[in-house]
Design a protein around this ligand. Structure first.
Ligand SMILES: Cc1cc2nc3c(=O)[nH]c(=O)nc-3n(C[C@H](O)[C@H](O)[C@H](O)COP(=O)(O)O)c2cc1C
Length: 226
């Protein structure tokens, strides 16, 4: 996929678009200033990583709705390197199974969907579409290490947006890094520029598999001022 280059607006068109953007932000701030405690509990403070799943399916529209939230999250230069594969066929699950640590096999077996959170190390080839006002492709062309670090950093962020978006829409998630990235890449991405980052089970959880919430660091443990 190389999307067609976008023409960057200039002059009066640009001024009108900027004014519209400022109005949108003022309008948003007028309608809502912060999330309530319940909403925060749903997405982070009370949410849990889940390990077992009910048989309630996840509809295609729901996966699309999650992605429509994720895509709006920030990435450097708007580079949007994450690619998502929703594994839900028996054949797909068999391929996943080859890569999983044994403890993770039952978690995938019962999940309605397991998302492979991946990134494209040649994401920069899309920058004329995603960042049209200046050609930033030379920042990455021929600079593989810089491209890979940028893809991993921003793809990881998009993976986090994915988990929070899913929770915000009422789903449960269970991320997994207990697997072989090499095997996943060979099974799903051979001959491509996609690389796996982590897996994320998605669905409506069976909460009876949960253990107690683990401790977290306090502010003074890990935060400082400089
Ligand atoms: C990137 C990532 C990878 C994880 N990998 C695994 C995994 O392979 N197996 C597993 O059982 N849990 C995995 N977890 C779940 C974590 O252990 C869990 O989020 C952590 O213990 C905190 O629990 P809580 O989210 O329920 O508060 C992973 C979580 C993340 C975010």
């Amino acid at each position: 996929m190389i999307k067609p280059p976008q023409t960057a607006p200039v002059g009066e068109e640009l001024a009108a678009l900027r004014a519209q953007t400022h109005d949108q932000i003022r309008d948003l701030r007028g309608r809502i200033s912060e999330l309530g405690a319940d909403e925060l509990e749903l997405i982070l403070t009370g949410a849990r990583s889940h390990y077992a799943w009910t048989d309630r399916p996840v509809m295609d529209e729901t996966l699309r709705a999650i992605y429509d939230i994720v895509k709006m999250g920030p990435t450097s230069m708007n580079c949007s390197p994450a690619r998502f594969v929703f594994v839900r066929s028996d054949e797909g699950r068999e391929k996943l199974k080859k890569a999983l640590k044994p403890a993770n096999v039952p978690k995938v077996a019962t999940a309605p969907v397991t998302a492979i959170i991946a990134h494209d190390i040649e994401f920069w080839k899309e920058l004329l579409y995603l960042f049209p006002h200046e050609d930033r492709r030379p920042h990455f062309d021929g600079k593989d290490e810089h491209s890979e670090v940028t893809a991993f950093r921003n793809g990881t962020l998009q993976g986090a947006y994915f988990m929070i978006a899913a929770r915000a829409l009422g789903l449960d998630v269970g991320a997994m890094s207990g697997f072989s990235n090499e095997i996943i890449d060979a099974e799903f991405f051979a001959g491509t520029t996609l690389r796996s980052n982590f897996l994320c089970n998605l669905g409506y959880a069976d909460e009876t598999a949960l253990f107690q919430k683990l401790p977290r660091f306090e502010f003074d443990d890990v935060c400082s001022f400089a």
